[in-house]
Design a binder for this molecule. Structure first.
Ligand code: ACM
Length: 264
């Protein structure tokens, strides 16, 4: 059994020091609760709705080099896994990324593939598949916020064995929490969406961070406003059972020859 936590708070636009303090408090709360796996929201080090690319660049850091990644690394060093949304800079280019640390080391960095609205003016989209990786014998997948709108992403993670999708988010559309329940059901995986609260300039974020199960249950959910960490204790192996009915193995029942127009 693993305690899967999702953290939410009202991060401050372009105020790295304030965000680091907010994150420290969330990490302390998660440690006190005995959480094994923690998801922080998208762009937790920087805030979301930048005025311009210079503001985004000022609050960015290189993966595995800056103070935000150091916090994640240190927290994970006590035998834990963490993923947090990172405003990443690499060779002068900005990415909307998720940094994943386990047991004190960097496991992977995923760069968001589907940029939302104004993000296209600040970030370059990632060109790699969303990652699936092993930790403590379990399989974890990662995607970032608006990736939820493209069900192929969650399906690809599930087909590659992910038992849970870790999902740092800054949600502004009203549908994601419900849609992630569907992603759970249709892929028979757990999901953990960490969504921020509060307002950045003209955008409000909806909170209600949640953990969902392959059977379509919301196992834990925060409210729409509080800074909080909520969690569920789960056996991720439950996601390996793809039998929808005795006759319907989810993956074997697929008919990819009928969906070939999805590719291309
Ligand atoms: C989003 O992708 N942050 C809406």
């Amino acid at each position: 059994m693993l305690k899967i936590g999702v953290a939410q708070a009202d991060f401050k636009l372009a105020d790295t020091q304030a965000n680091l303090s907010i994150i420290r408090e969330l990490l302390n709360q998660a440690a006190d609760t005995g959480i094994d796996v923690l998801v922080l929201p998208e762009l937790a080090n920087s805030g979301y709705n930048f005025e311009d690319i210079d503001q985004a660049a000022l609050t960015s850091e290189e993966a595995d080099k800056g103070p935000f990644c150091a916090l994640l690394r240190d927290w994970s060093a006590a035998g834990r896994l963490i993923v947090g949304g990172l405003c990443e800079q690499s060779d002068g280019v900005l990415y909307n990324s998720a940094a994943v640390y386990g047991d004190g080391r960097l496991i992977t960095v995923y760069r968001k593939a589907h940029l939302f609205a104004n993000e296209v003016t600040f970030f370059k989209p990632g060109n790699d598949k969303p990652p699936v990786f092993d930790y403590r014998g379990q399989k974890f997948g990662v995607m970032i916020c608006f990736d939820w709108f493209f069900p192929e992403m969650a399906r690809s993670l599930a087909l590659r064995g992910a038992q849970i999708i870790l999902h740092p988010s800054n949600l502004v559309l009203p549908w994601c929490q419900k849609a992630m329940l569907t992603r759970s059901i249709e892929n028979r995986v757990f999901t953990a969406t960490a969504n921020r609260t509060g307002v950045d300039r003209d955008l409000s974020f909806s909170g209600f961070s949640q953990v969902t199960s392959p059977r379509g249950e919301v196992l834990a959910q925060a409210d729409g406003e509080s800074a909080d960490v909520v969690w569920a204790e789960v056996d991720l192996n439950a996601a390996d059972n793809k039998m929808v009915t005795k006759q319907n193995d989810l993956f074997q029942c697929r008919r990819p020859e009928l969906y070939d127009d999805l590719c291309g």
